[in-house]
Design a protein around this ligand. Structure first.
Ligand SMILES: *Cc1c(COP(=O)(O)O)cnc(C)c1O
Length: 218
């Protein structure tokens, strides 16, 4: 299968569920990104600020760059001029820094709050109370706009467990959707990777972050 074919297949499969593809290109060279671009893909996900910035500089400017990985506050300044969405906001400190750097560029940066749903301790993210507290604070930051939630399920072959974790984030997402607020809109649910996107599609994913199933192993 070529990258082009993979892109077209994923766009069709996700699109049938109202979900968009974030093509995850971390570690892959610009030539591979261009193959996906030529197939019509415009949203690309990276997890390192420096790597993403180098690719942004080298590649067409109508690409939407999504920062999907854990982001250190001291790296925000590198991506603030161009980043389209930051998926893994997990502290007020980070939200404030994004707000500050976005203001310097007269931008409003779209952000997702990361909910901790996996079993492992090592995965980043907020618990439900922390997330709701951060949401309340973040509405006072005019240069970020909270667009939804992001989560990473446990890496396991136990589908029931993944199902349970995605159900947890979907339930919170839907309950937040009911509270209308002028400073945020809960429209994006970023769940699903190569190994679990089919389950994520059943739980309302609107942005699936898929790398290896398109570009091969890293
Ligand atoms: C690498 C990565 C992905 C994509 O993982 P694949 O298994 O290659 O699809 C998704 N989300 C995040 C946060 C990642 O770092």
């Amino acid at each position: 299968m070529s990258i082009k074919n993979n892109i077209l297949l994923f766009q069709r499969e996700l699109g049938a569920h109202g979900c968009r593809l974030v093509a995850v290109t971390k570690t892959h060279p610009p030539e591979m990104i261009m193959e996906a671009y030529d197939a019509g893909q415009r949203i690309f996900g990276e997890n390192k600020a420096q790597e993403m910035t180098q690719k942004w500089e080298a590649l067409p400017k109508d690409i939407e760059w999504h920062m999907i990985g854990h982001l250190q506050t001291n790296k925000v300044k590198y991506i603030a001029p161009y980043v389209s969405m930051i998926h893994a906001v997990d502290s007020l400190k980070l939200a404030e820094e994004i707000n500050k750097q976005a203001a310097r560029h007269a931008r409003v940066i779209r952000c997702l709050l990361q909910l901790h749903i996996a079993e492992e301790e090592s995965k980043f993210g907020l618990n439900q109370d922390e997330l709701e507290a951060l949401l309340k604070e973040a509405v006072n930051l005019p240069h970020i706009r909270i667009k939804g939630l992001m989560g990473m399920a446990t890496l396991t072959s136990d589908e029931k467990q993944v199902e349970h974790e995605f159900n947890t984030i979907e339930t919170l997402f839907k309950s937040l959707q009911k509270e209308s607020h002028s400073q945020y809109e809960m429209t994006e649910l970023s769940i699903g990777m190569s190994g679990d996107y089919k389950i994520a599609l059943r739980h309302g994913s609107t942005l699936a972050r898929i790398g290896s199933a398109i570009f091969g192993s890293r």
